[in-house]
Design a protein around this ligand. Structure first.
Ligand SMILES: NC(=O)c1ccc[n+]([C@@H]2O[C@H](COP(=O)([O-])OP(=O)(O)OC[C@H]3O[C@@H](n4cnc5c(N)ncnc54)[C@H](O)[C@@H]3O)[C@@H](O)[C@H]2O)c1
Length: 252
């Protein structure tokens, strides 16, 4: 993609799943990538595997809910690769116990907001000053179709993803004139390791029947969209929430 080679980016929650696929894709496009994950071994192992194929990458421990850890990963991009051009804030977790509104505890709500909303806030606070100083850059966030689908089975997670949409629009509106772009991607069902282990064959069949596509999502489907947004091909895309879902939600 245009202008991606030579850029440096961070992928938060890049140890596995969509984040790991994105790190692979970005490295294949010639970007240098700092992979951060709370499971440090996953970050290090993914980075090692990419380096073995010739990519420029390092893996570091990141606790996305900590401002200090977010500052450290931005510092790692600067010290290892000499700059930062984009940050893919992709991590998520803490959904255990997130049921419907009558069955979700306050503790689960707080945990979900810390991991799934506050982490993106802190990522932005850590990365933006560096991007602004360089004259521009890109924030890309992973949201979810669950933000807008009216999910009867979870309450906290969709709430956090809607909070993320507000962050995307705030950053785009406030800093667009200073060369900052902020966008979010809302995946449909993507068959990552984490998702695959929770889905029964019946559920997969019912989803396949409902979707106007021949298959469910793969991590590479999202990685391609992130790479586009990080590249100069995505130059005029700002403040958007893109649904990448095989057509499972049809909307403007
Ligand atoms: N897979 C799907 O079907 C799907 C659908 C919609 C949205 N999403 C979104 O896509 C993103 C990636 O999902 P995935 O399916 O690849 O999940 P995943 O669980 O495979 O990956 C998430 C990564 O984030 C890391 N992480 C969790 N908490 C962290 C923290 N506090 N600090 C740093 N790292 C942390 C995990 O260790 C993991 O490696 C998430 O934002 C998720 O909400 C996924």
């Amino acid at each position: 993609m245009r202008g991606l080679a030579g850029k440096t980016g961070i992928v938060a929650g890049g140890g596995r799943g969509i984040g790991a696929a994105t790190a692979w894709r970005l490295a294949a496009e010639g970007a240098a990538v700092v992979i951060g994950d709370i499971v440090e071994e996953w970050a290090i192992e993914t980075a090692r595997a990419i380096r073995e194929e010739g990519g420029k990458t390092i893996g570091v421990r990141l606790d996305g809910t900590s401002a200090v850890s977010q500052a450290d990963i931005v510092g790692a991009a600067l010290s290892e690769f000499g700059g930062l051009d984009f940050y893919h804030s992709n991590l998520a977790g803490g959904t255990e116990g997130d049921i419907d509104i009558l069955n979700c505890s306050e503790e689960v709500l707080d945990r979900s907001f810390a991991i799934n909303a506050k982490s993106h806030f802190l990522a932005t606070q850590a990365a933006l000053p560096v991007l602004l100083e360089r004259g521009g850059g890109t924030m890309i966030y992973t949201s979810s179709g669950a933000a807008i689908s009216g999910n009867p089975l979870q309450v906290a997670y969709p709430m956090t993803k809607n909070a993320l949409h507000a962050l995307v629009r705030h950053v785009a509106r406030k800093f667009g004139k200073q060369g900052i772009r902020a966008n979010g991607i809302c995946p449909g069902v993507v068959m990552t390791e984490a998702v695959a282990q929770h889905l029964t064959d019946e559920y997969v069949s019912s989803m396949l029947e409902a979707i106007p596509h021949r298959r469910l999502g793969q991590p590479d489907d999202i990685a391609g969209a992130v790479a586009f947004l990080a590249s100069d091909d995505g130059e005029w895309v700002n403040g958007q929430l893109w649904h990448v879902n095989g057509g499972s939600l049809l909307r403007d």
